[in-house]
Design a protein around this ligand. Sequence first.
Ligand SMILES: [Zn+2]
Length: 327
Amino acid sequence: MKNLLLGLFAVATLAASAADVTDAGIRVARFKGDREAALSFTLDDGWEDNATVAAPLFDRYGFHVTFFLVPGRIPLDDREKPAHDYGKISWARWKQIAQAGHEIGNHTLHHQGLRKLDDAAVRAEIDGGRQLIAEQIGVTPVSFAYPGNGRDDRLRKFVYAQHAVAREYESGYGGAKFTTEKANGLVASALQQKRWMVSMLHAITNGYAAFPNAGMLEEHLKYVQPLQARLWVDTFGNVGRYVKERDAAKLDVQRDATSATITLTTGLDANLFNVPLTVVIEHVTAASAEAQRAGAAVPLPVTIEADRLLVELMPGAIPVTVRWRTR
Ligand SMILES: [Zn+2]
């Protein structure tokens, strides 16, 4: 049985890499920076210590994370006493957190189980949450998390009409049985499997699924930090959109000895799907390189590596020309 599984895995890997690489040795990287795997930390419900403990901790380690808020539970007036655990942090503080680079995602207006609601009520909960976050934060959310992770195809129809990405799977962190070793092991296996891992946290010190002690989360972040050369850590919305754009990407390429002209399109809604993809140009030993979209004033970022170039490229119909001088 073991041999059979190994055999199947080898075939699948070969097929995938053959499809990725165009004849010109130019391909879209699996994850930003051609890293092997990705990790998004998501924190649900807007628990008080998400803002007082978690946000400063993630800031200290330089990780941008996603807070899935329940906006209808947050008082519009800061002086009002919150009626719910999900409303103890003010909009002003959440806006600060968003401005520090974190993502505010939509977890519905009131956190009701959506599957028991009729279509009109579902739409009110989903769209209402999105609109209130947009008004209060000043950024329209692109990401959604289902209350209680209750999801089905009827709900997806409403969710994806308004959001680029929704959380469809997750690895739970926290709770009495949580250990740092378990979380570290989940990240290690995501790296090994070259996939996108989505961590789901709730309260940190006080509230639903809080950690046995707050230091455990920091211990985990200390484990994750040095892995970043291989592991892309970013918000749910950034990684989720990258993955969808990558999977929809079509590359049109012309290449000669010192340049390549690349058109990268996805066919996706450019208002929602506007995360640059990493395009890898293999077999280049460059002394210098530049990339420019036709007609654009500002050059695009290019990273020169030992035997290849990485270009950060926003999908679009206008071609980008990359030129390099060889060493
Ligand atoms: Zn929740």
